[in-house]
Ligand binder design. Structure first.
Ligand SMILES: *Cc1c(COP(=O)(O)O)cnc(C)c1O
Length: 409
């Protein structure tokens, strides 16, 4: 395969997590007795909900009998799960999304990386800074780059929208001129890595902006289940006019623990068009049908179980468990005098490093002084410098132990 842009080898995302792993390995080799607490990676730790396990067993058993055996799944997803999602995630919230506007997939990472394929090669993109690295990297791999700035790790053809304590981690709207306005805008709220949110009124401004300029918003709602405050939107389609400017990415990973099972979805309303007037729904259907053979039947039945009354209650309990950790971490750090963000509507806590320490200096200090592994904010973008991400995906006991060790630092 021809790589559109071999510069992709310099992308920061892979660099971030491999450096974290390398440094942690070096430390444990030098200190084999050390008990490391990992609050770095964004992966769940609790087992799958019982309703999901039951659905998996049943679907597996069906495969042993000719009458119930399933071969290839429909490319775009089985109607039973598209319907359950449309009903529960959208129509129950008064958002008009049809079953066939939901395209099932193996997760939001691949969807967020693949979705750029249906946009014009010369599209300008905008991302927040800090950012989930996949959004930038996938566009860079497709050649939407310009020049690379070594000192900041940014690309000239990508507009970076600063998210800082000063703006409450909600980016300002970009310029509107025809030669400046981005064509694609990636927004993720509740956010990874900052754990912060956008209010419905603030998101409405983005929707209005996109409808004025013809931009398309790619809204990543992977952390929707963690929302606890009433003015935080659970989907972008709660905003008026979102059907003509927004695509939403959904995932079963962080709510129901499907990080290993793999299941996600892209929502594309039928009236949504790109800047050239091209309808995007048929384009994604074509792309998906050409390059993807459907999420496994067994996994889609497991996804359906998430929407049963038992499934909903069990997912709620999982999320509540992680949020108990988040609250504890957040309050402990605040009590120690750290400036902390997130952790209220998300499993991520974003803290300002002490003094003028860089994110990596703080990483070393936590690893060496407390044997706690977190993620340096600078790995998510230049505006992440002097910040640090901790996750609530550990156990409560480990979260408590980690905070005690940090307190003793
Ligand atoms: C974890 C995560 C996802 C989910 O990815 P999956 O591929 O569905 O597991 C999507 N977006 C963000 C920002 C994430 O942090």
């Amino acid at each position: 395969m021809m790589l559109a842009n071999p510069d992709y080898l310099r992308l920061r995302g892979s660099y971030l997590f491999s450096t974290v792993a390398q440094k942690t390995r070096a430390y444990t080799e030098a200190h084999p007795e050390a008990e490391i607490i990992r609050l770095g990676i964004g992966d769940v730790t609790q087992p799958l909900p019982p309703a999901v396990i039951e659905a998996l067993h049943k679907a597996v058993e069906e495969q042993a009998h000719a009458e119930t055996f399933r071969g290839y799944a429909p490319d775009l997803g089985y109607p039973f799960l598209r319907h359950a999602m449309a009903e529960n995630d959208y129509r129950a919230r008064d958002c008009q999304i049809e079953d066939d506007e939901i395209f099932l997939s193996d997760g939001a990472k691949s969807d967020s990386a693949n979705i750029q394929e249906i946009f014009a090669a010369d599209s300008r993109i905008a991302v927040t800074d800090p950012v989930y690295p996949v959004y930038v990297d996938s566009n860079v791999m497709a050649g939407r780059t310009g020049t690379y700035r070594e000192e900041t790790g940014t690309w000239s053809r990508v507009t970076y929208l600063p998210c800082t304590a000063e703006n409450g981690f909600v980016p300002a709207l970009p310029a509107e001129g025809p030669d400046e306005a981005p064509d694609l805008i990636y927004l993720c709220f509740p956010n990874n890595p900052t754990g912060t949110t956008i209010t419905k009124a603030q998101l409405q401004e983005w929707v209005d902006y996109a409808n004025r300029t013809g931009a398309v918003i790619l809204f990543d709602s992977a952390y929707e289940a963690y929302i606890s405050e009433p003015d935080v939107p659970h989907t972008i389609y709660e905003c008026e006019g979102a059907r003509t400017c927004a695509i939403e990415l959904r995932s079963f990973s962080k709510n129901a623990g499907f990080t290993g099972l793999r299941l996600g979805a892209v929502v594309i309303p039928k009236e949504l068009k790109d800047k050239n007037g091209q309808a995007l729904h048929p384009l994604w259907a074509r792309r998906h049908g050409t390059k993807y053979n459907g999420a496994p039947y067994i996994v889609q039945r497991a996804g359906e179980a998430v929407y049963t009354p038992e499934g909903k209650a069990q997912v709620r309990a999982l999320v509540d468990g992680y949020m108990k950790n988040a609250r504890f971490i957040r309050e402990s750090l605040a009590g120690m005098g750290y400036e902390v963000y997130g952790g209220v509507n998300s499993p991520y806590i974003w803290l300002r490093t002490s003094g003028e320490m860089t994110s990596w200096e703080f990483f070393d200090r936590l690893l060496e002084g407390a044997q706690v592994v977190g993620t340096p904010g600078s790995g998510f973008g230049p505006r992440g410098e002097h910040y640090f991400r901790l996750t609530a995906f550990g156990t409560y006991e480990k979260s408590v132990e980690a905070m005690e060790r940090i307190r003793r630092l």
